[in-house]
Structure formats: C-alpha cells, structure tokens
Design a protein around this ligand. Structure first.
Ligand code: F6P
Length: 559
C-alpha cells in the first residue's frame, strides 16, 4: 500500500484533530532544511537532546521543529499513550487478539515489587526461575555439571528460532567480551540441515549441552533440529537414553511437550504466556546468555532493561527517549512516506543488533488491522535494517546520501572501546559523528566548486543533505547498556503501535506460511508422485523440486 498519508480513516486516526494538525504542520515544514533549522537556532543541538538512564539521545538532526514534537506528543496523548503504558505495566490484557497480558517488563522487575496477573503476583515467579537459571549456570560454568561420560560441558548449543534465537544470538555476540572464553556457544535455528551440521561438526557430543528453546515447543524448525540433536548425541554416547538428561535442557512454557520430547522437566526453565517470543531474551530464553556471561552480568543486563522501563514509565512524554523515537518513526513513516529505518551500531559487538530489531519491530508492527478490527488507511510498521559501521559506509550509505529515498537513521556508538587498539576507536567515533553531520548538512554546489571541481561534475558531487538521523551515545557496551538499548527499542515499538492502534504483540501473519508448509512437506517427501491441487506455479515448483531431488538434474523442458 502507499506510504503517502491518506484520508478517510475507518478508525478515525487520520481524521482526528491531532493527525489533521500534524498534516497541516507537515505542509508548512516539509521543505525546511536541517541547514536552515540549525542556522535559525544555534542552540538546537544543545536543546534537542535527552540524557537519561546513562544514554545520550540527540534528535536534533531530525526534520522536525519544536512545534512538530509538541504536535506529535499531542498525537500520543490523543492515542492514550500514558494510559496504555500504565495498562501494560499493570498487566492488563492489552494483547487483545490472544487475550494476554504483555509483561516483558515483569521479567526485569526487581525482587520485592509486585505485578499482578490473574490475581497472582508474577514477580516472585520470575525471580524463582532466575535463581534456578543462576544455579544451573554456575554448575555448568564451574564444571560441576557433568556430561553423560563424566566430561565437563564445554559447548552450549541453543536450538530455537525467531524470538527463541535472535535475542540469544544477538546478546551472546553483543556481550562476548564478558563471556567465558573457555566455552563455545553456537546457535542453530534454520531447518536447513546445514545449520546443524556446521554448528556441530567440530564438537564432541560428550562435552556438548543443548538448550532447546521454544515457547510453544511445537515449532517445526526447532523440533526438527532438537530431534536431530538428540540423535547426534545419543549416537555418540552409546544410545543410552539417560544421556538426554545430562545433555539437554529446555526453555519453554509447555511442560507437557518438553516431557514428551524426553527432557526431564526438572531441567526445564519456564516462562509465561505473557512474554512474547520477540520480547523474551531476558526471560529463561536468555539461558545461553547467562551461561556465557554469568548470572551477575545477566542481572546487570536486567537492571539496564529496568532502568529504561522506569524512564519510559515515569518521564513526561516530551523528554521520554523511546516515546520521542517512536513518534519520530511515525512522523517519517506516515507524513514523509519513509519506508525504512536504518540502524547502524558503530560497535562490532552489536553486529546482530539490526537482525534482532527486525523481528522486534516488524513482527510487532507489521499489521494492517486496528484493535477494533478495522483496516488502517495509514502506513504502519517500517522496515528496519542495518549493519555495523563503518562497513555500511562502503556499501549502501551511498543511497542514503544521494539516492531518491528518505531513510531516517539511528546511529549507536560508545565513547569507550572494549578493545582499545591504537587509533581505531577515535576513527570509529569520528566516522559515526561525520556520517550524521554529512547526512544532515551535505555539501553545497558552492562548496564543491570551491574544491576546484569542473562544472560538469558539480551536480554529481553535491550532497543535498537534509537526511535525518538520531544519534545514541553511551559510555561503553556493558550488559547494563545492552539492556537499556533493547528496552529502548521495545518501548519505541510500543509507542508506534499505540499511535497506530494495532496489536503489537500478536503475529497471525506468520501462521499461513507454516500451515501451507505442513501441507507441502508430504508432497515433497512422498515416494510416489503426489496428486497436487495448488495453483499452477506452486504445483510446478513442487514437481520441479521433486525432480531435482531425485536426479540432481532438471529435465530439458517442462517443470
Ligand atoms: O513464527 C513466529 C514465531 O511464533 C515467533 O513469534 C517466535 O518468536 C518464533 O516463532 C518461535 O516460537 P517458539 O519459541 O514457540 O518456538
């Protein structure tokens, strides 16, 4: 659908006073350049920042005036954002299509606090699981937990997909600096057998522990990989089923399925239906993270999450970092028609952060039906993408600088490197700051000419600027900082979903592909030619795959 703002909203958003005011305002400010905005107000870069929870958030290089921000905050109030925040933290069932509370904030609520779901305080349950995770982690890390043959565990493989993989992978990579380097951590998610084979090919099964991470414990990819892992272990460990108890633990909400798989539920770490998969990296789904960095660091990460939760819950909207980020995303997506947001961490350890954010943002806000069941007539959920800096600069940044699309960017950087090495970090920081500056202010024809550029080449070398960005700075990447960053994006997603009046916590769209795959699996696997009744393209693709599988060679003609 078009990203352009449209009229005739069925749920009233695009006819609402706050939206109409923003539309009028947009007509006035859309052509105003960042150059002009900074020239008019030399203190803009001092004013349009927020420092909170140890983060420095500079939003001055956005194509927005103070009035824009005021109007966006007005939109947030009109959408009931303060009340929605309270409702989420209170444990109301705001995931309406699944009739569930949305309480990832409870996962990092300090001991002694209280959040009631269905009449029960869930915080003690959270800490009970955390304590069990910590005890287990200590045993594995110390070598007290032995494998079936008596060898200590040196390798941990998390098997999961989506939220049961992306968070653990991202957190492991992000916090590798704090991890036990004597241990090997791997992550298997894809149902493509290559993923499993490559993750295990150099490992000794006697030293390998599998964490089967699946909220439902029914996900096709995860269960297929889990069964393959069990065979791989048992084959090497003499086929003794008792080995499973020493080499497999589960993280799930589904104890019955865990037991059915053969994992002792004493080795199961639970969580709850009020934790969405993409909001679960700080639940027991983070067991691999805790094994890698230790319980104290894991708790420090939870504290970071909680600090951002408190900032989000208690800070006035106009100074609230996730709220501002979320509102600016709405501003670009719904008024400027931006389709994507680039996220560029200038920190190698955050190389998987953009991939993690893709599920968080796009599975959450990729919706076109409102909470009231109406079709939206505005754009929702942008496409998030990114790579660590400075690599992206030598690849796709060209399009951001001089292409025809508007791509708002988030730059994330840290004052201190975890690996100080000669001039590297100063260069890294100079680059991230320079990119934000170059995108905003560009290079005028006069500046290009002053460099002695021949006239014919001038238009090619001009950078118009006016490309918006946020810059997020922190002291250094620590477990605490990582928690703050993730919570920042979680709450930005929530803010956006609240404005759009959608359910950011379900994911019905992914079900159809799963169902169809279940139907096609036997058609691909069948020994005899199956009778197919799909469309002509799908039928041909199935026939062609079967033939390729059998002969390795396609026929000269026909499907
Ligand atoms: O297919 C999407 C999804 O349901 C995600 O929301 C979830 O994170 C992922 O699958 C994995 O689900 P599970 O943890 O139940 O295996």
């Amino acid at each position: 659908m078009s990203a352009e703002p449209q009229t005739g909203s069925q749920n009233g958003l695009t006819k609402s006073p706050a939206w109409l005011a923003l539309q009028q305002h947009f007509a006035k400010v859309r052509e105003r350049s960042l150059h002009a905005l900074f020239a008019e107000d030399s203190a803009r870069g001092d004013r349009m920042i927020v420092e909170a929870a140890g983060l420095y958030f500079d939003y001055s290089k956005n194509r927005a005036t103070d009035e824009t921000l005021d109007l966006l905050v007005h939109l947030a109030r009109q959408a009931g954002l303060p009340e929605r925040i309270e409702a989420m933290f209170r444990g109301d069932k705001i995931n309406v299509t699944e009739h569930r509370a949305v309480l990832h904030v409870a996962l990092r609520a300090p001991k002694g606090t209280s959040i009631i779901v269905d009449g029960e305080n869930v915080v003690p349950q959270v800490h009970e699981v955390l304590d069990r995770m910590a005890a287990f982690s200590e045993r594995v890390r110390s070598g007290a937990w032995k494998g079936h043959t008596g060898k200590r565990i040196r390798n941990v493989i998390n098997i999961g997909i989506g939220g049961s993989d992306l968070g653990p992978v991202m957190a492991y990579e992000a916090l590798k600096h704090y991890s036990d380097r004597a241990m090997t951590f791997r992550f298997v998610s894809n149902v493509d057998g290559t993923d499993f084979v490559e993750a295990t090919r150099d490992l000794d099964p006697a030293e390998t522990l599998f964490i089967i991470s699946s909220k439902t414990f029914t996900t096709l990819e995860t269960m297929t990989n889990a069964h393959t892992a069990r065979e791989w272990s048992l084959r090497a460990l003499g086929g003794d089923q008792a080995a499973v108890a020493r080499h497999f633990v589960a993280v799930s909400t589904n104890a019955a399925k865990v037991a059915e798989f053969g994992i002792d539920t004493a080795n199961m770490f639970g969580f709850w239906d009020w934790v969405g998969g993409r909001y679960s990296m700080d639940s027991a789904i983070g067991l691999s993270t805790m094994l890698a960095i230790g319980p104290d660091n894991f708790r420090a990460m939870l504290d970071g999450f909680h600090q951002m939760d408190e900032h989000f819950r208690t800070t006035p909207l106009r100074q609230n970092i996730p709220v501002l980020m979320g509102l600016l995303a709405v501003w670009y997506g719904d008024f400027f028609g931006a389709e994507t947001t680039g996220v560029f961490p200038y920190e190698q350890y955050l190389k998987r952060f953009p991939a993690y954010l893709q599920q968080l943002t796009m599975e959450s806000n990729g919706k076109h039906i409102t909470l009231d069941g109406q079709r939206v007539d505005y754009s929702t959920g942008q496409i998030y993408w990114g790579e660590p800096g400075t690599n992206g600069q030598h690849s796709f940044y060209q399009l951001i600088h001089q292409g025809t699309r508007l791509i708002p960017c988030d730059f994330i950087a840290f004052g201190q490197s975890l690996n100080p090495l000669g001039p590297h970090h100063d260069m890294l920081m100079a680059n991230v700051i320079a990119q934000a500056e170059a995108l905003a202010f560009g290079k005028t024809p006069e500046q290009v000419r002053a460099e002695g550029t021949p006239e014919w080449l001038v238009p090619h070398r001009v950078c118009e600027g006016n490309r918006p960005s946020n810059v997020i700075l922190a002291e250094r990447l620590t477990p605490t900082t990582l928690g703050k960053l993730v919570a920042l994006y979680e709450h930005s997603v929530f803010t956006q979903g609240t404005i759009w009046h959608i359910d950011s916590f379900d994911q019905w769209g992914v079900e159809l592909g799963k169902q169809l795959a279940q139907r096609i699996i036997p058609e691909i696997a069948s020994e005899t030619e199956p009778k197919l009744s799909h469309d002509s393209s799908t039928n041909n693709l199935i026939r062609r795959s079967r033939r390729l599988k059998q002969s390795g060679k396609p026929r000269a003609s026909g499907p």
